[in-house]
Design a protein around this ligand. Structure first.
Ligand code: COA
Ligand code: ZN
Length: 328
């Protein structure tokens, strides 16, 4: 994994990691048909997304929306430069994901004891023990390991999570050889100065570990957090198509930052995301029919900044009248 800053010509490369088919669909009441999930993942690959979290190998009773994980991961088309990852909570999930040819396993635990118990039915210590086993299993199968730390910026049940607690867990993930670490703002509690401080510390202390950030837009700070993280040295971001998503075990959780909004903003600012926004938007416009409701995407609603609208039909009349009134 390349962890250094990559410049594409004069433009800084930002890696977009799509989580809509996992974080997004896990929260939806509707079961999206398997073939539609496959076609959505294929469209995301085609759009130039760097990494796609295709699904989760969790208990089908806990997350029925993703009970077709095997079929989806096996039947997608694989683009050679796209990483196909899957969330796994335990050894059972890891065995399933490896058998279905995941490129990477995304292991998950929470920085908050309360959220860890609510989400994974284990204490953090138990989760870490399970993670260590899964990491060893992945390594022997030649599969990369990313570890996502939920509630890194606060817990909706416990409140603030001390930075020292987050750093302690990151150290333990580094000790078991994680290739990448994702700091997750599960309940949208992160704010830009907090994000900048934590990002800087991680980049400095663990420069060899890939760092990604995962924000939810629950309180409207998603894009601000992404920009603060970039300024502090981050270049990998999770986001979801249409801005759907949310952890079913985090009270008040809402969608991830919206992929097309982030790509739209970053490209305007001169960053290279490698994503074809047109294709990404086309994929996002397919979502409402699949999930049965509109998405929070502002770009789907408003169009891109320079998607112009025609002037009013009686524009010539308006102009003539204005010019006739104008002082000469
Ligand atoms: N894949 C498929 N089935 C699994 C599984 C996996 N990875 N892990 C456990 N199961 C099944 C067990 O076989 C058992 O099934 P049964 O009731 O038919 O016998 C059931 O799930 C419960 O298993 P158990 O080991 O007792 O786990 P648990 O009830 O303590 O649940 C989790 C633990 C983590 C497996 C479960 O809560 C889960 O999958 N949660 C999903 C969390 C999630 O995705 N959150 C959002 C993203 S962060
Ligand atoms: Zn999330």
């Amino acid at each position: 994994m390349n962890t250094g800053t990559v410049w594409d010509g004069a433009r800084k490369r930002i890696h977009m990691q799509e989580v809509g088919t996992r974080d997004g669909l896990q929260a939806e009441a509707a079961f999206v048909p398997t073939e539609d999930k496959i076609s959505l993942v294929n469209a995301l690959s085609e759009a130039g997304i760097a990494k796609i979290e295709v699904t989760a190998f969790v208990s089908p009773r806990a997350i029925p929306a993703l009970r077709d994980a095997e079929t989806v991961l096996r039947e997608i088309r694989r683009w050679p430069d796209v990483v196909y990852t899957a969330l796994v909570p335990n050894v059972r999930g890891a065995e399933r994901a490896i058998a279905a040819r995941a490129d990477e396993l995304n292991l998950v635990m929470s920085a908050s004891e309360t959220h860890n118990l609510a989400n994974l039915r284990m204490t953090r210590a138990q989760s870490f023990a399970a993670l260590s086993q899964v990491a060893a299993l992945a390594r022997s199968a030649g599969v990369e390991v990313n570890i996502s730390l939920s509630c890194s910026f606060g817990c909706p049940m416990e409140g603030d999570v001390r930075e020292g607690v987050v750093l302690e867990w990151v150290q333990r993930f580094a000790d078991i050889g994680a290739d990448g670490i994702t700091l997750c703002d599960t309940a949208g509690m992160a704010y830009p100065t907090q994000v900048a401080a934590l990002t800087q510390t991680l980049r400095k202390r663990w420069p060899a570990i890939g760092l990604a950030l995962h924000f939810h837009n629950t309180r409207g700070m998603g894009l601000a957090n992404v920009l603060a993280a970039i300024d502090a040295g981050a270049d990998r971001f999770d986001a979801s198509l249409g801005g759907i998503g949310g952890c079913p075990y985090a009270p008040g959780a809402t969608g991830n930052v919206c992929s097309e909004e982030i790509v739209h903003a970053l490209e305007l600012m001169g960053y290279a995301t490698g994503v074809n926004l047109e294709k990404l938007l086309a994929a996002s416009r397919r979502l409402p029919a699949l999930i049965g409701h509109d998405t929070p995407s502002q770009i789907v609603r408003a169009g891109r900044r320079l998607d112009l609208h025609p002037a009013p039909g009686d524009f010539d009349v308006i102009r003539e009248r204005a010019l006739a009134r104008a002082p000469r």
